[in-house]
Design a protein around this ligand. Structure first.
Ligand SMILES: [Zn+2]
Ligand SMILES: [Zn+2]
Length: 250
């Protein structure tokens, strides 16, 4: 199974597009922030996406959708598109698209399907199985596990340290985890709903995942050496700090 790191940034990073992943084996895009859409066309994956999973309703994970939908319309897309997300996903996507481009969402030239998920959902997709866990961020934030041919990928979404994600990520081949800032900075800012590098390392160690990839790192938040040093306090497995356009095969 291959992961394409379409974007790896947090909300307001001038150097990196918002965190967005593509799993070709499942034709699945994960999250679609406002700075991710151009990257989807640049990576030439737009025609391979059948399903989009939205981890939570924050703009850096969702506000690319109106542009994505309208670009597909201009490109005369014919294939249906399914959007998976928490309860209320259809209203949320309809509302932001209506604000962005009024009176368009019902005129799209392809079928748009919404599917609500919760932590108990299990979805079969192109021979891949999707399962979910509640994340520790805003209400209705979810992590996802994609499993195919005994290989698996887990994406945490935005989250503070979360026992449910440790469970979801048990022995996964790769855990793609939000790594917001250093433990010292997290404590100083009293951030509870994002992860320090140390808490990512703890989640990776406690889940016994085979490799850990860090995304959504706060802009200007330390050099890779300092990040690795903090991760290594807890986790000894393979560590990646991917850049946009990187691919990783499990
Ligand atoms: Zn968020
Ligand atoms: Zn975010």
């Amino acid at each position: 199974m291959k992961i394409n790191f379409v974007g790896v940034g947090e909300a307001f990073d001038e150097s990196h597009a918002n965190t967005c992943l593509f799993i070709e084996d499942a034709s699945l895009l994960i999250d679609c922030g406002y700075a991710a859409v151009q990257r989807i066309w640049k990576e030439d994956i737009h025609n391979k996406i059948n399903t989009i999973f939205i981890s939570h309703f924050h703009a850096d994970h969702t506000f690319g959708l109106p542009a994505l939908l309208l670009r597909y319309h201009e490109d005369k897309r014919e294939a249906p598109l399914t959007i998976l997300g928490a309860r209320g996903i259809e209203k949320y996507i309809r509302d932001i698209t209506e604000l962005a481009y009024p009176n368009n969402i019902d005129k799209l030239c392809f079928e748009l399907i919404f599917q609500e998920i919760d932590s108990d959902s299990k979805i079969e997709l192109k021979n891949a199985t999707l399962t979910f866990a509640c994340a520790n961020h805003i209400d209705s934030s979810f992590a996802i596990r994609i499993e195919k041919d005994s290989k698996s990928v887990v994406y945490s979404g935005d989250t503070g340290y979360c026992a449910e994600i440790v469970e979801l990520a048990k022995e996964t081949n790769i855990l793609v985890h939000e790594a917001y800032t250093s433990q010292k900075d997290k404590e100083a800012k009293e951030l509870k709903k994002h992860s320090s590098f140390l808490s990512c390392g703890l989640c990776a160690a406690n889940s016994a995942c085979k490799s850990l990839a860090l995304v959504h790192i706060l802009r200007n938040s330390g050099n890779p050496g300092a990040i690795e040093e903090e991760i290594r306090l807890a986790y000894k497995g393979t560590l990646l700090i991917p850049k946009e356009g990187d691919n990783f095969e499990v």
